[in-house]
Design a protein around this ligand. Structure first.
Ligand code: SF4
Ligand code: SF4
Length: 107
């Protein structure tokens, strides 16, 4: 199993999750992070750290976010690792909780 970043991370990208991951399996895009399913060891540590509550175990991803499982796998192959926390996007708090953010995703 793996853990999956879902849509509420888009345009927020607080990056608190990155600090706690023992295997550095987060991958960074311009306004979204994903988890590399090949590297995640299911430690669960990142879940509680995410201020956007965007991270779920693969078998607990909400029905309307199921597409994020394949999206994490796809983008993890393209994006580079992020291993240190950085400042969130400037308007992260304004975007936190907004539904339908997939169209905001910058690949
Ligand atoms: S803490 Fe949550 S919102 Fe922030 S980068 Fe990680 S998954 Fe995205
Ligand atoms: S569950 Fe653990 S290993 Fe997987 S992404 Fe989160 S912190 Fe990293």
């Amino acid at each position: 199993m793996t853990y999956v970043v879902t849509e509420n991370c888009i345009a927020c990208k607080y990056t608190d999750c990155v600090e706690v991951c023992p295997v550095d399996c987060f991958r960074e895009g311009e306004n979204f992070l994903v988890i590399d399913p090949e590297e995640c060891i299911d430690c669960t540590l990142c879940v509680a750290e995410c201020p956007a509550e965007a991270i779920f175990a693969e078998d607990e991803v909400p029905a309307e976010q199921q597409h994020c499982i394949a999206l994490n796998a796809e983008l993890a192959r393209e994006w580079k690792p992020i291993i240190a926390r950085r400042d969130p996007l400037a308007d992260a708090d304004d975007w936190n909780g907004i539904e339908g953010k997939l169209k905001q995703l910058k690949r």
